[in-house]
Design a protein around this ligand. Structure first.
Ligand code: HEM
Length: 463
């Protein structure tokens, strides 16, 4: 427990479910909350009971926060659960046949082809690139010593720079400024599920306000397609493929005689950008925020950093050299898990705890609720990194903590992202001091990720 326990901001669980009773008023209240901040939908009951069976808009939902039942439907009996219509409606227009929305044989083939790109060896090879990009951002921030800088935007830029460098190397003709601007626009446009998707309206019904998103997507795809074409040409000319994700995806499945098509390579590069950019950026922002609000944690981190010989340690092993900072990062992902909803649709009947599941039932687990569940965590709302160290860490039930999901569809980029954050944070914190400079604390708001409601401005100084 911390000397001065810090309870970071979170909406208070509501007492009564917003859609209680099939009344027009209940539905309107539900829509209002979903539009404002879906994190406010959760009730005291959800944080105190492990299983729920709800009905909304005539559909059945099972809400599962019992770690054993999480294991059952996401791991042991995962074959009985497909993706929800909402996930497809939200992401298919952007990601096409990419891994995040693929199902059945397409998913199996794609996951098998992509897995080698995320092996320890390849992820490790990205460490110097991650370090270089982080150092460049630290140098840019150092120029602003004495001023305040918005961490929300700084970390979005940094995480996008890392991904672009790992996807396409530096030698491509990609107009990165235009690319970043399009990604930014897309995040703004795609941030909210369309109300029609929430009530399961069929795909052919027009969704207003989507035209602009399709235009931006078209622009992004054209940029990636041009880099791909250029790469194929240079490889035909005998050049070695650079060691980046594009090169790895062009090799994916080749040895097995099942290479990815150009469309699939583009879909999956855009998938990595979509799934790996904002999630990692939010994690970095929340972590800096938490550290800056907890002086005793900040002091311990600096102590650890100053006693570790990072200069002569390979950056991919910094996490081993910095166990306390690693625990801080884990605690940050417990309190603010970027991906705050996991959901599946049952294909056949099943039993979840004491709930009989009929086919076509939606099953939902929210890492936001699971990670703050009153029955699973001591002082669940308090920021306490020590819970991820030593004996305390061993006592955490295996499926009570799943920031990267679990089972066959677990995040393919988990170790990439952990390595990235454990390179970026030491680089930033060793060189600079971050002091929270806003009058108000940010509130967590769920869009596609859990994002802070403010810019999270920090006063930057040199250490
Ligand atoms: C802090 C950072 C990240 C978080 C919190 C996160 C979280 C998640 C979660 C929870 C899932 C599982 C979704 C489900 O079961 O329905 C997932 C899947 C996925 N993630 Fe991540 N992710 C992160 C970073 C990344 C990165 C850096 C990449 C790629 C470079 C990536 C690529 C993917 C892909 C492709 C999937 C789909 C896997 C499949 O369905 O087989 N993620 N992520």
């Amino acid at each position: 427990m911390l000397d001065a326990a810090f309870t970071p901001p979170a909406p208070k669980p509501r007492i009564i479910p917003p859609g209680a009773g099939p009344s027009l008023q209940g539905y309107l209240r539900y829509f209002r909350i979903m539009a404002h901040n879906p994190l406010e939908i959760w009730t005291d009951g959800h944080f105190n009971r492990l299983l729920h069976h709800d009905r909304l808009f005539g559909r059945s939902y099972a809400v599962v926060h019992d770690p054993e039942v999480v294991r059952h439907y996401l791991v042991a009996n995962a074959g009985n659960y497909g993706l929800t219509k909402l996930r497809k409606a939200l992401f298919e227009p952007l990601l096409g046949r990419g891994l995040l929305v693929a199902e059945g044989d397409l998913w199996r083939r794609t996951r098998k082809a992509l897995t080698p790109a995320f092996t320890h060896r390849h992820v490790r090879d990205f460490a110097p690139v991650m370090r270089r990009v982080a150092e460049a951002r630290a140098d840019a921030l150092a120029q602003r010593a004495g001023e305040t800088a918005p961490m929300t935007r700084e970390m979005m830029t940094l995480a996008l720079d890392v991904l672009i460098a790992c996807l396409f190397s530096d030698d491509s003709d990609l107009d990165t400024a235009l690319f970043s601007q399009r990604i930014d626009e897309l995040l703004k446009l795609a941030g909210m599920p369309h109300p029609l998707d929430l009530v399961d309206a069929p795909a052919w019904m027009p969704r207003f306000g989507r035209g602009k998103a399709y235009k931006v997507i078209g622009g992004l795809r054209a940029q990636v397609a041009a880099v791909l074409k250029e790469r194929r040409l240079s490889m035909k000319g005998g050049d070695d493929a650079p060691n980046d994700f594009l090169g790895l995806l062009l090799q994916a499945g080749v040895a097995e005689g099942a290479p990815l098509s150009d469309e699939e390579v583009i879909d999956n590069l855009i998938t990595f950008l979509s799934a790996g950019h904002e999630t990692t950026a939010r994690t970095l922002t929340w972590t800096l925020y938490l550290i800056s609000k907890a002086p005793s944690v900040y002091d311990r981190i600096l102590d650890e950093l100053d006693n570790a010989d990072l200069a002569s340690t390979a950056p991919e092993t910094w996490s081993d050299a910095l166990p306390y900072l690693t625990a801080v990062l884990k605690e940050s992902m417990r309190l603010y898990p970027s991906a705050s909803i996991l959901s599946r649709l049952s294909l056949g009947p099943d039993t979840l705890g004491d709930i009989a599941i009929a086919p076509d039932t939606e099953v939902i687990t929210s890492p936001w609720v699971l990670h703050r569940h009153r029955r699973l965590w001591r002082d669940p709302d308090i920021f306490d990194p020590d819970r991820f160290l030593g004996e305390a860490a061993k006592a955490i039930p295996r499926y009570a903590y799943i920031p990267f999901g679990t089972g066959p569809r677990v995040c393919i980029g988990a170790s990439f992202s952990m390595q990235e954050t454990m390179i970026v944070l030491p680089v930033l914190l060793k060189k600079l001091r971050f002091d929270f400079a806003d009058a108000e604390d940010p509130t967590p708001i769920m869009r596609i990720t859990i994002q802070p409601s403010t810019d999270v401005n920090m006063r930057i100084s040199l250490r």
